[in-house]
Design a protein around this ligand. Structure first.
Ligand SMILES: [Zn+2]
Length: 490
């Protein structure tokens, strides 16, 4: 690493988030936006290790709940897209098409998958025969491609992103609805418990749902800026796709019936972006214990006359910890050409959860110095208590991180009875809770007025218990059939 890079991030996160994020991506070597296709971004090793671990956790969780993996082709023939009208309309402007094989023009255009419904369901129609095959729960991990305009922001917005999509088929609508609930629970288990990102689920309004869905339920992450960020969504597709794709099964009564389908798409790259944005600080990256590429770094501190003594002891400690601690990668930073202060900054920038320093005085006293990445707190630990200390530390690290960012949804919300009040609340970086005529298409003109006057979006209605009731729609004054939340989103 050059000296220039080791200087760390030059702006405070609270002062200029956008620049802070750009510098974090570059200086912690997470991604490189200089790749020469617009909107496609290589992820560098430090991010790729964490993203790989996020995939592993998510896949394991899905498999525990009865999903099996599939590996699917990346190309989808055009005729599949044309089968579901809303889906075509929603996705057509975003599809990358493959039109040639070598010099030869293909007889049929092939889409680089923007999402996999139309690839999977034609196969589902061949694979699912009877009620004995249901529920049929499968997931695909991989990349999807969407030709989106606007600026690219590494991990958040790109023309290629990395996700998991699960697609499940059921005999009844009730079971499909239960699956949507399970998908929401999975999202809480992963995002809140494992990745320390606070979220809340909304049923999205009709005008904002997935192309072809009956209903869309989406998680909004509560970012510390007061804005929200859409994270995984789960969709009740009902029979909207099973009919055109002929996903049927022979039921117990010997009648052929259409299945009910749900799909769920956690975008791992976007979740990673949300996680590093939320958890990072002015020093750089902060990562949950399990997701950091390295959990513990040992930094020997010596002068010429103590070098051998300190390095020997540091090596011995590295081996000892490596042998006794299972859930951690440990690194001894014995580079001679970098001074300890620069090493501290570098590993803080990279978000290593625990730093251990050892110098001649510490050796004399049979101790080490442990430095906490979240609080910066330094404490002395006796060497014979080190294993216990690390075990404890590992167990509590992610918990501490969650506590630090546990944003109580209610504390972010204020009640609004007029559009002016919505505007004021949004201006204070909060979320407005208000009465709304309808989240069916009838309500769309009112949402457009809010968008125009407040520059914020109607995110939908809460999926959990709602306590607030309103008499009138905040915009048109007609009876309020819904309580909705208005926020600015990324
Ligand atoms: Zn209205």
């Amino acid at each position: 690493m050059s000296k220039e890079k080791m200087k760390g991030i030059s702006v405070k996160k609270s002062e200029d988030f956008s620049r802070w994020y750009t510098e974090l991506i570059q200086k912690a070597e997470l991604a490189d936006i200089r790749y020469n296709i617009k909107g496609l971004v290589p992820y560098r090793a430090w991010a790729s290790v964490s993203i790989k671990r996020m995939y592993e956790k998510y896949e394991k969780c899905l498999e525990k709940k009865g999903h099996l993996p599939l590996i699917m082709p990346t190309l989808i023939p055009e005729r599949n897209f044309l089968l579901e009208a809303d889906h075509v309309e929603g996705f057509s402007p975003q599809v990358f098409w493959v039109t040639h094989g070598g010099e030869k023009k293909l007889e049929e255009k092939l889409a680089l998958r923007p999402t996999s419904e139309t690839a999977l369901y034609q196969m589902y129609s061949l694979w699912i025969r009877s009620y004995n095959d249901l529920p049929f729960k499968r997931y695909v991990s991989g990349q999807v491609f969407r030709f989106e305009g606007g600026d690219t922001r590494a991990f958040f917005r790109a023309r290629e992103f990395h996700w998991i999509e699960s697609h499940d088929v059921f005999a009844t609508e009730e079971e499909a609805r239960q699956q949507v609930i399970e998908d929401m629970e999975t999202t809480y288990e992963m995002l809140q418990d494992e990745f320390a990102i606070p979220i809340i689920f909304f049923q999205r309004p009709e005008w904002d749902k997935f192309a072809g869905a009956v209903h869309t339920y989406a998680a909004d992450a509560l970012m510390d800026s007061g804005r929200v960020l859409q994270l995984p969504s789960t969709h009740l597709l009902g029979q909207n796709f099973s009919k055109p794709f002929d996903v049927t099964f022979m039921d117990e009564d010997n009648e052929e019936k259409y299945g009910y389908i749900t799909c769920y798409g956690p975008a791992i790259s976007r979740i990673y972006g949300a996680m590093i944005s939320l958890l990072g600080d002015d020093q750089g990256l902060v990562l949950p214990w399990d997701l950091a590429p390295i959990q513990i770094v040992i930094i020997p501190i010596y002068r010429a006359d103590t070098k051998e003594l300190v390095l020997d002891k540091a090596r011995e400690l590295t081996h000892l910890i490596d042998d006794l601690i299972d859930n951690a990668y440990i690194k001894l930073d014995d580079r001679d050409y970098v001074n300890p202060g620069e090493k501290f900054n570098e590993w803080e920038l990279k978000g290593v959860p625990l730093r251990i320093e050892i110098g001649p005085k510490d050796i004399e006293n049979n101790q080490i110095v442990a430095v906490n990445r979240i609080s910066g707190e330094k404490i002395r630990v006796k060497q014979d208590e080190l294993n216990k200390y690390i075990e404890n530390y590992a167990e509590n690290f992610t918990k501490l991180l969650k506590e630090k960012y546990s944003i109580q949804f209610e504390s972010q919300v204020e009640i609004a009875n007029t559009v002016e009040e919505v505007k004021k609340i949004i201006g204070e970086n909060k979320i407005a809770c208000t009465g709304f005529c309808s989240i069916d298409l009838d309500g769309e003109p009112c949402a457009e007025i809010i968008e125009k006057e407040v520059k914020a979006q109607v995110r939908g209605k809460r999926t959990d218990a709602e306590t607030h009731k309103f008499e009138k729609c905040v915009v048109c004054g007609n009876p309020a059939h819904e309580t909705v939340y208005v926020a600015r989103s990324y």
